[in-house]
Design a protein around this ligand. Structure first.
Ligand SMILES: [Mn+2]
Length: 323
């Protein structure tokens, strides 16, 4: 049913607006790139619209595509809006959420976050998928479009696969994930170049910031098997913080023997952003939702508190037993 509706919608609508969540990560950028490349294959007009500027290391993947950052004063005329790698209008951030919620076009969600909100006419949601690019691949398979995957589509698909699986190590990785990766490699994809573009692009200040966070700003609570790392606005300034510099840093906590829950806090102008990661029998999404206005997956969630770092750390410390 959904696939017939999706198939006829894609066929009949010519102008595609492709959106993803705020603070786009590898899966977000991989998804929009894969879908834009597919749009090109289908001779559609398209625009990739981001709520905010992607991190510098992800921008090379966007070369050759039409993309811009949302401008509240601009009009966007499209027949279809794609919501990729997010499940609620709020995930595109305050400035753009009404735009997405009220956009007068058919909306299509493709996503893997649990509990999608009902704001799209067509919702393709698979919380078991390891990445949104895996959902896109499954969708193309359902639509009998796998033969439309060229190297450009493949590059986007692999980027999301690689980054959202922690390089193929998270429990969400399935045999199907590897079969998908194998298909992309069969097409001639040079996967090592994508690994290098994602992981071998450190600046010296980024490495110093990460080293400083581990050496000076990590608090360990062995009885709870929890580690909490935090960076203040001053810390970020000292090491010339650039977007993306702290990505994945929270996973360092999980790599410590005997620890299975990590929290990373970063102070911003408006408050504190929190990233939660866990493994094994511990889940973080309900906790992030209940106490820090957030949510996400069982093993990876985010949150935000409109408070200073000191207050946020105190609140976290008081909740250790509930995590
Ligand atoms: Mn994702």
């Amino acid at each position: 049913m959904t696939q017939n509706l999706l198939s006829s919608t894609l066929d009949s609508q010519q102008n595609w607006l492709i959106t993803t969540h705020k603070g786009p990560d590898g899966d977000a950028v991989g998804s929009v790139v894969a879908w834009a490349a597919y749009a090109k294959r289908c001779h559609k007009n398209y625009l990739i619209l981001f709520p905010d500027q992607p991190a510098a290391y992800l921008c090379p993947f966007l070369e050759g595509y039409n993309w811009e950052v949302y401008d509240v004063n601009k009009a966007y005329h499209f027949d279809l809006l794609f919501a990729l790698d997010y499940n609620a209008p709020s995930r595109v951030g305050q400035d753009m959420s009404d735009f997405v919620a009220d956009y007068p076009a058919v909306k299509v969600m493709m996503d893997h976050h649990p509990g999608p909100e009902d704001f799209c006419q067509i919702t393709v949601s698979n919380p078991k998928a390891c990445s949104t690019t895996e959902v896109i691949y499954q969708t193309l398979e359902t639509l009998a479009q796998l033969d439309q995957i060229d190297l450009h589509v493949a590059k986007g698909l692999y980027l999301g696969l690689l980054t959202d699986t922690g390089s193929f190590r998270f429990p969400s990785v399935s045999a199907d994930t590897h079969r998908m990766a194998a298909h992309l490699l069969d097409l001639g994809l040079e996967h090592h170049l994508i690994h290098e573009a994602v992981y071998d692009v450190n600046s010296v200040t980024r490495l110093q910031l990460r080293g400083y966070a581990i050496a000076e700003k990590l608090q360990l609570y062995p009885n709870y098997r929890i580690g909490i790392m935090s960076l203040s606005k001053e810390d970020l300034k000292r090491f010339d913080y650039q977007k993306g510099d702290t990505e994945g840093l929270v996973n360092v906590i999980l790599s410590i023997e005997g620890y299975d829950l990590g929290v990373f806090l970063m102070e911003t102008e408006d408050g504190v952003k929190l990233s939660f990661r866990s493994k094994g029998q511990r889940y973080v999404n309900a906790f992030a939702q209940a106490h820090f206005n957030g949510g996400g997956h069982q093993y990876a969630a985010g949150g935000f508190l409109a408070a200073d770092l000191h207050t946020t750390l105190a609140k976290l410390a008081s909740l250790l037993a509930q995590m």
